[in-house]
Design a protein around this ligand. Sequence first.
Ligand SMILES: [Zn+2]
Length: 337
Amino acid sequence: MSLKKKTKKTILQLGHNSGIISALANFSSENFLTVLNYHRVDYPENRSWLDPSLISATPEDFEAQMQLLAKRYSPVSIKAVLDALSERKKLPKKAVLVTVDDGYRDFDDYIFPIASRYGIKPLLFVPTAYPNGGEFWWDKLYWAVKNWEGDKLETPYGVFSIATTTEREVALKLLRIAIKKGDFKESMSLVDSLYNESKPQVKKDTTDILSWDELRVLSNNGADIAAHTHNHPLLTKIPFEEACAEIHQSLEVIRKELAQDLPVFAFPDGQPEFFSTKLIEFLKKEKVQFAVTTVDRNAKLQESNKLFFPRVGVYKSLRLPAFSYRLTPFYKTLGSS
Ligand SMILES: [Zn+2]
């Protein structure tokens, strides 16, 4: 680690221990909000067939993060965010909303029970085609590249040497980028053919995603669940009409399956290249009140940004001081940690 990085880490640690970092969050404007974005909370050795890069935290780290939120911040529910938007009630200072994408089983195993212990209500975004046995393309790709026999992988995106573990990791990274850049349907058929040709080495569990029955139980126990498209496509990489149908269908399926009607939506892989003004206009037509992206920052909640609100990503390597810094208005204003 460089001296500059080491110094920064020490300052963050001291700031965290002394409570200065969390005090900095008091300097935020009215209705300032941090929306945290988690995917999976699990141990990498559990469900080792799934792409480990989707693990946002171990259960222990997640618990420490929730404990910190409860102690030094103001965790809010999606209802509080909607109330603030309709001007019924302002958000408290240091407001933080915990969101979780994709509906993996660990929401039930770890996220919901741990968050509930600290009085925190996480919001889960579910792509509605996946409960009852779906598999995501990134997990299929991970499986295929990890288990591909031989030391070369030939694809339309290039020939990759996969003789070593590092080479396989590099190939996976490059393929992920190429897939997101390419035509979405062609990319998906490539992933499927690689996946079907790769030779399974361990028996896979097929219940990685929560079923509708399980989601209903969670919903009845107070979990907030909202739409995240039907098939989780990259919305700007498919025809506009199909993208609209994806959004509409997912809102409808959530209503039908869960008897919940949260006017809330998360863009799949919500980087700026994967949402658009036209799609935001469509969300208005669908009466969506709040939609989130994965643009990594926090912001003042306003009418002008409520349909493409940024979220602060949580990653496995994130230590508690850096996590805390991300909840202050200085994150991305003074630079990332
Ligand atoms: Zn997603």
